[in-house]
Design a binder for this molecule. Structure first.
Ligand code: MN3
Length: 207
């Protein structure tokens, strides 16, 4: 049985200031992400014996293989675990700018240019109702990149899509600093994106 752990951050809680504040980072990582880690371990424990030790992204890609009584919990906690793991990796104190490389080429193909991509991604993020995420994903079926919204902690892996970059639009991700101004949070987030990480992730898929 795989035991999931809360991943360590490669930067301090205050290092994404002023865009993402220290208190939000601390609570988001130590409390919210920890609760998804604990929920995932507990849900997997409940079905041990009837389950194989695959990594969570494989499990999410094949939720049908999970006993029906646990499926919803694994979707929620597993998605929550993996979505946040990726979120921390895709942010960096020296972030911002644009991706460059193969990813930017692909953005130019599917969204005309980076500025237009930003506009569409921001608008999609702004109009998500309730809690959810906005994603840049790789669609393996059609071999292209796409922007998709997901509800609650649903992971793109459950839709057969590989997440490259995700923005957390739960209020816990921004409310302390931005309150109801979700648009301001979205515009700030572009300044901390770790495009090197996102571009590498994409380039590896292309190889
Ligand atoms: Mn969150």
């Amino acid at each position: 049985m795989v035991q999931y752990l809360l991943p360590k951050l490669s930067y301090g809680y205050d290092e994404l200031e002023p865009f993402i504040d220290r208190k939000t980072m601390e609570i988001h990582h130590q409390k919210h992400h920890q609760s998804y880690v604990d929920g995932l371990n507990k849900s997997l424990e409940e079905i041990s014996g009837s389950f194989h030790p695959q990594y969570i992204t494989s499990i999410l890609s094949d939720l049908k293989s999970i006993p029906e009584s646990s499926r919803e919990k694994i979707n929620f906690f597993g998605g929550g675990f993996e979505n946040h793991r990726l979120l921390w990796e895709t942010m960096n104190p020296n972030g911002g700018g644009s991706p460059g490389g193969k990813l930017e080429d692909s953005i130019d193909v599917y969204f005309d240019n980076f500025e237009n991509f930003k506009k569409i991604f921001s608008r999609t993020s702004l109009f998500i109702e309730g809690s959810g995420w906005c994603w840049l994903v790789f669609n393996q079926t059609f071999n292209k990149i796409e922007i998709i919204p997901t509800k609650n902690q649903d992971s793109p892996w459950t839709k057969n899509k590989i997440p490259l970059l995700g923005l957390d639009l739960w209020e816990h991700a921004y409310y302390l600093k931005y309150q109801n101004k979700r648009g301001d949070y979205i515009s700030s987030w572009w300044n901390v994106i770790n495009w090197d990480y996102v571009e590498n992730r994409f380039s590896e898929l292309m190889n």
